[in-house]
Design a binder for this molecule. Structure first.
Ligand SMILES: *Cc1c(COP(=O)(O)O)cnc(C)c1O
Length: 395
């Protein structure tokens, strides 16, 4: 058997995987149109056009675009009236913005554990609720919808606002319904790494006009629909998306359905291949997840089958074999120093802690590869696992 690339052996793969972002003449033409229109900012017609198109794609009646998927979370909280003294339940397995947004509006993030699929656990949420709880921040981690049946039922019982942080989940579906239309309001990001991107950008969509219009007013200097230019009804700021971004996003949205399908097809193949590998723990299947957008393809190691091997040693060896786009969380979000500087509450999160030792993921562009190329991912996983003893000795 050949040596690990980490130890000087030949890597499984030297060719690159699919590049990201993907673009072509449509994007070139759209950007030129904005250039020549003379209207470069947030009032270029493509901004409204994209806002409507994204909402229609998700079958959401209301939408408001913004500069990124962080200010959208803050505005959603503001619009829902969440502020000082309120508790908002958040998962610890997510990007910092999910919980930081809660602090930025003066509220208290309460970290509740995730389930084996790395989404907010309904049981943990129930245990974290107090009379001060006002909202749930539900992340569809990696693009897999969280258990919305259970979470919405808890929210109904306790009259909590449900904010979906759908930054990973463009186009994902729960029981045939698009994420972003399940809770009260939902936020998406168009940052460079996301499945739909213009480098930066964000949007709120949902069924509640009051929340969307409240957020829109914040994004646009407190203006209101039909109001005059120098008429400011609310305390707002400038979080407008530009014409450049909207023009690119319209082109990217046209590419999304095919990309979603390709990722899902590849994931199905990978799931089958990896099920045979005893050193991996498959994520629990859930037939209610009718479309997983695979922003990330999550893998979990069975460390009991890989004695002495750490997740970080395993992923370093995998990267050396030529597999790109691998990452993992070094710690649950609450273990970052920022959350020691503000009032937060951390409920027991054993699953989140465990996942920070055994979980890693490959990014969505790897999932856009030809199925044939994914064979290299499987081969690299097998090769690294076969050298587990050697890897353990290197630590
Ligand atoms: C990317 C991301 C955000 C923030 O979006 P930006 O557009 O980068 O500000 C928020 N939440 C999650 C879960 C994300 O992955």
């Amino acid at each position: 058997m050949s040596q690990l690339a980490l130890a000087g052996g030949l890597p499984v793969r030297t060719a690159p995987f699919a590049k990201w972002p993907i673009f072509g003449d449509d994007e070139r033409r759209a950007l030129l149109d904005v250039l020549e229109s003379g209207e470069w900012g947030g009032y270029h017609p493509s901004v409204k056009q994209f806002e409507a198109a994204f909402a229609a794609f998700h079958q959401a009646p209301f939408a408001a675009v913004a500069a990124n998927g962080t200010v959208t979370l803050e505005a959603a909280l503001h619009a829902a009236g969440v502020g000082a003294g309120d508790e908002v339940i958040v998962p610890p397995i997510t990007f910092v913005a999910t919980a930081a947004a809660v602090l930025r509006v003066g509220a208290i993030p309460v970290f509740a554990d995730v389930d084996a699929a790395l989404n907010l656990s309904p049981e943990a949420v129930r245990a974290a609720i107090t009379p001060k709880t006002r909202a749930l921040m539900v992340v569809h981690f990696a693009g897999r919808p969280a258990d919305m049946d259970a979470l919405l039922e808890i929210a109904r019982q306790h009259q909590l606002t449900v904010i979906e942080d759908a930054a990973h989940a463009h186009g994902a579906q729960w029981r045939g319904r698009h994420v972003g239309t399940l809770g009260d309001i939902a936020s998406f990001s168009f940052q460079h790494s996301k499945n739909l991107t213009a480098g930066e950008g964000g949007i709120l969509i949902g069924n509640r006009e009051d929340l969307i219009e409240g957020a829109r007013s914040i994004f646009n200097q407190g203006r209101i629909p039909g109001g005059a230019w120098y008429q400011h009804e609310n305390l707002g700021t400038n979080n407008r998306l530009t014409g450049w971004q909207a023009a690119v996003l319209l082109c990217q949205l046209a590419r999304l359905p095919e990309q979603l399908e390709r990722r899902a097809r590849n994931a199905e193949w990978l799931n089958r291949e990896l099920a045979a590998l005893d050193f991996l723990e498959p994520l629990p299947a859930d037939p209610r997840v009718t479309l997983h957008s695979y922003y990330l393809y999550v893998l979990r190691l069975r460390l009991d089958r890989l004695p002495g091997v750490t997740r970080d040693a395993f992923t370093a060896a995998l990267a050396a074999e030529g597999i790109p786009g691998i990452s993992s969380y070094p710690r649950p979000l609450y273990a970052n120093n920022v959350f020691r500087k503000y009032e937060c509450r951390i409920t027991p999160c054993p699953e989140a802690e465990r996942s920070c030792r055994d979980a890693f993921w490959v990014s969505h562009n790897v999932m856009l590869a030809e199925t044939d190329e994914l064979k290299d991912l499987v081969a690299a996983l097998k090769k690294v696992a076969a050298h587990a003893g050697e890897l353990a000795a290197r630590v």
